[in-house]
Ligand binder design. Structure first.
Ligand code: NAD
Length: 373
């Protein structure tokens, strides 16, 4: 790091790299060192827009001592191999989700980061959004009493109608692509999952890209899972690439002994919050000022600050690996028709508005966390 700035290079310059570039460059503590993509035209476009070097290959990017951290925005299926190469090259990594294709692979990346003495951070990071943090504060303050049930709705619609490369999304399905958002928020707030019971099915198997190419759906495009958390919370999660965002069922509902809280989106930082308490009429909770939409760069900036301050960062690889274990368990349960255990744990991210104690010199994401207040 130079002059307090984390020098980051982006690997994978597709659809989401533009929103990442826009949000990363808004942070004075981040320098965009460059980018690479197997499609050289895309990395050229990225660096023309956001600056830095257009690296001809991943190897050349990783060989540049000026780069502190890699932001891995490649397609789902290559996340783990790109992350492993970057960690082995001594770079910190922030990866898009899911961290890896299986829990075993995800866990090995967490161990590799430890062994290499570098940080591993992973999306989704939307528990850092203003609306999501306000929900967390309200729940921690007991605004609806003990929370025993949550409904998480991920009706994400038909990716092929807008994304130029939809197949990778249908290879992993809505659960691993977007179900991870509420799973990460819920486990950040309430702690680890312990058991799942699930159903999944392909309901619309043949799709067509915007370019007119037919392709087949490989993972369930509709699924429902009941996830039991260690602290007793029961989560019902719906994920779909069939039901569109026109669905009235959106966001996360938290239901407690004394009331309910509805967070209208698990992704938008300026989501609406509606609180119902003690049978009173519901009221909107003001969340201002909030970032409009999703600040993709926020976790990368937080990672840089955490490295500078020698404390654990909030979006850890260990947490993302736990979420991947939940995905594996949901798949097993849906396939074998039986409840499936989840065993891993992770250091809880520090709750909003609190500070964590300093970590050891090259402390990575194994640091201890403060309990929920
Ligand atoms: N598109 C979105 O709205 C969105 C939102 C949030 C997160 N994400 C996540 O971001 C990631 C990328 O999504 P996207 O929509 O940008 O996909 P995309 O297909 O548009 O982009 C992926 C890019 O990675 C490149 N790539 C693949 N393998 C590579 C390798 N080995 N080395 C270098 N480059 C490689 C591809 O050429 C492509 O340009 C996915 O994990 C997705 O889950 C996407």
């Amino acid at each position: 790091m130079a002059n307090g700035a984390l020098r980051v290079a982006v690997v994978g310059c597709g659809n989401i790299s533009g929103p990442y570039g826009e949000t990363l460059r808004a942070y004075p503590t981040i320098e965009i060192a460059g980018a690479t993509d197997v499609d050289r035209g895309l990395s050229a476009e990225f660096v023309e827009r956001f600056g830095g070097i257009d690296y001809p290959s991943l190897e050349e990017l990783l060989g540049d001592g000026h780069v502190d951290a890699v932001v891995n925005l490649t397609s789902h299926g290559v996340h783990a191999q790109v992350t492993a190469a970057a960690l082995e090259a001594g770079k910190h990594v922030h990866s898009e989700k899911p961290l890896a294709a299986s829990y075993a692979e995800a866990r090995s990346l967490v161990e590799l980061a430890d062994a290499c003495g570098v940080r591993l951070s992973c999306s989704p990071i939307t528990f850092m959004g203003e609306a999501q943090e306000e929900a967390w504060r309200l729940l921690a303050a007991g605004a609806i009493g003990t929370v025993r049930v949550a409904y998480a709705e991920v009706n994400w619609g038909r990716i092929e109608t807008w994304h130029p490369r939809p197949e990778p999304f249908y290879r992993i399905g809505p659960l691993a692509d977007v179900g991870v958002y509420p799973l990460t928020i819920l486990t950040a707030i309430f702690g680890p999952a312990r058991r799942v019971t699930a159903f999944g099915r392909v309901v619309l198997p043949e799709r067509t890209t915007t370019g007119g190419e037919p392709f087949s759906v490989l993972a369930p495009d509709f699924g429902v899972a009941v996830i039991e958390l260690e602290d007793g919370l029961i989560v019902r999660l719906t994920t779909s690439f069939y039901v569109t965002q026109a669905s009235k069922q959106r966001g996360i509902e938290f239901h407690g002994d004394d009331g309910s809280l509805h967070l209208s989106s698990w992704q938008e930082f300026d989501a609406a919050l509606e609180l119902t308490h003690d049978g009173q009429p519901s009221r909107q909770v003001s969340v201002a000022p909030a970032f409009r939409g999703t600040d993709w760069g926020r976790a990368v900036a937080e990672l840089g600050r955490a490295i500078m301050e020698r404390r654990p960062h909030r979006a850890t690889g260990a947490h993302a690996a736990h979420v991947v274990e939940i995905l594996d368990a949901i798949e097993t349960s849906a396939t074998e028709g039986r409840p499936t255990e989840v065993r891993s744990s992770f250091p809880r991210p520090s709750p909003p508005g609190t500070r964590r104690p300093p970590a050891p010199e090259n402390g990575n994401d194994r640091g201890q966390t403060q309990p929920l207040p």
